[in-house]
Design a protein around this ligand. Structure first.
Ligand SMILES: Cc1cc2nc3c(=O)[nH]c(=O)nc-3n(C[C@H](O)[C@H](O)[C@H](O)COP(=O)(O)O)c2cc1C
Length: 158
């Protein structure tokens, strides 16, 4: 259900990688070294169901991802997975929210056009009548210092 990226969508020079995603899924992605800075004063918001399938996105999410809303709703959130993000970061995210706790971390996301953007993400479980019914992520602008620290740290992880 998550298609490979389309080389025709990519702006400029790019590299290629094949991601191994959850549930034996693989996805071919194309990524460039073009960074889109996080827009000042914006919150990027999405919600997922229990399986990490996107159920809601706000306008800033759509704008930054480069996809249109209908391409995002119903897709696994790994549609934004960048090949330079270590799996361990997402394992930590899922372990944390599965324990009904809040996860915070720095994430490099891949846009439809192959460029990337860094976010400071806060992911929380949505609890209704003591049941986890889904998850919400709210992103803010990360500091350049934290981005640089994350680049160094993630290069040491797999
Ligand atoms: C609410 C929520 C938001 C998420 N946001 C992102 C995101 O912005 N980028 C991303 O790569 N993964 C995000 N994830 C994690 C993905 O679900 C997924 O675990 C990750 O992309 C790695 O893919 P994999 O689990 O298939 O290996 C989010 C998960 C949740 C629950």
């Amino acid at each position: 259900m998550l298609n490979d990226m389309n080389p025709d969508d990519i702006l400029g020079d790019y590299k290629e990688a094949t991601l191994a995603l959850y549930g034996n899924l693989t996805r071919k992605v194309f990524f460039s070294d073009r960074e889109i800075p996080y827009p000042d004063g914006k919150l990027i918001v999405s919600r997922t169901d229990l399986d990490g399938i996107i159920t809601h996105v706000n306008k800033s999410f759509v704008d930054m991802s480069g996809y249109v809303e209908t391409e995002l709703i119903g897709m696994p959130h790994s549609i934004l997975r960048h090949p330079e993000m270590p799996s361990l970061a997402f394992k930590d995210l899922w372990d944390t929210v599965n324990n009904r706790r809040k996860w915070q971390g720095f994430v490099k996301n891949l846009r439809k056009d192959g460029a990337y953007y860094w976010v400071k993400a806060t992911v929380i479980p949505n609890i209704r009548e003591d049941k986890v019914v889904g998850y919400t992520s709210v992103r803010r602008k990360p500091s350049r210092t934290k981005i640089d620290e994350s680049i160094r740290l993630y290069a040491t992880l797999t």
